[in-house]
Design a protein around this ligand. Structure first.
Ligand code: MBD
Ligand code: FE
Length: 284
């Protein structure tokens, strides 16, 4: 028999998990039940509201099976992604800060030679990116793999543009013997996170905008070091102060100054900008 008083029900549910063999699982479930019950009591959730919540989650799940990363977006807009990030990647000893991977990373980006243009002819303001990968004690990490992906000048990743047949604005580069890398691209645009599903409805219903500031994603791997997943944000665009995904950290905002006309590293004529950043990886 369960007492209908919320607190003793909560205790009984937690007790029912008492034989959980894995101590971590046991602790996580107990805390989850305690907080979930506390939340329901706090807002005195109605039957209709809980029904709507389950229906919301079911639709988010269906979106995922259709290839849209709705739960990633939900985690992002609720700040859970960044909370987990802050617990697991405390700022330490000058190593580069982390930022969310988002829903658009592809494991199979093509490896391009250093200096290559990953924009593959896409229009936009030309951008020259260069930098280095090193350890916290200043040693260059030769041959580090620098995996990069970004949106186009309209704010779309290649996966959102079915007319593109080749991986575009995404590539892997291998740093040279001094840990240095360079590539060409275009300046990404700020853009709305995909808002056509349940997460978009949530933002709408709460009067929140869906925009993220312009950013370039990096995933940098070197043997013996923690793989760094982060983003760089060109300094002069909108939404740096109110990113829908809470991903901006001041150390990741970088000025992208105009290059001298006619002086582009690729010899092209038009206007171009330069983005330089030195990444520091944490030893494992
Ligand atoms: C993105 O492109 C992104 O980087 C994040 C964190 C969330 C949604 C879309
Ligand atoms: Fe992104």
């Amino acid at each position: 028999m369960t007492d209908l008083d919320g607190n003793s029900l909560t205790r009984e549910v937690i007790d029912r998990f008492a034989d959980t063999g894995d101590p971590r699982l046991k602790a996580v479930i107990a805390s989850l039940v305690r907080h979930l019950h506390g939340f329901v009591q706090d807002v005195e959730l109605t039957v209709e509201e809980w029904g709507a919540a389950l229906e919301f989650l079911a639709r988010a799940g269906r979106a995922c099976t259709e290839g849209r990363q709705e739960f990633v977006l939900l985690s992002d807009v609720l700040g859970v992604t960044m909370l987990v990030d802050s617990i697991n990647h405390p700022t330490a000893g000058g190593t580069t800060e982390t930022a969310p991977p988002g829903p658009f990373h592809a494991a199979d980006a093509p490896e391009l030679p250093l200096g290559a243009d990953m924009a593959r002819g896409q229009p936009g303001e030309r951008l020259h990116v260069e930098g280095s990968v090193s350890s916290g004690d200043g040693r260059p990490l030769a041959n580090a793999v620098v995996d990069v992906w970004q949106a186009d000048e309209n704010g779309y990743y290649d996966m959102q543009r079915p007319e593109l047949t080749e991986p575009t604005l995404r590539a892997r580069f291998r740093a040279d013997g001094r840990g240095r890398f360079a590539f060409r691209s275009i300046l990404p645009s700020h853009y709305p996170i995909p808002a056509g599903g349940p997460v978009g409805e949530l933002l709408n219903a709460t009067g929140r905008h869906p925009f993220r500031p312009a950013h370039i994603h990096f995933r940098i791997a070197a043997e013996g070091y923690e793989t760094l997943v982060t983003q760089l944000f060109p300094a002069d665009g909108p939404y740096l102060a109110d990113d829908a995904a809470f991903g901006v950290k001041p150390s990741l905002v970088v000025a992208c100054p105009q290059g001298a006309p006619g002086d582009a590293p690729d010899g092209s004529a038009g206007p171009w900008r330069r983005l330089a950043y030195d990444f520091v990886l944490k030893a494992q």
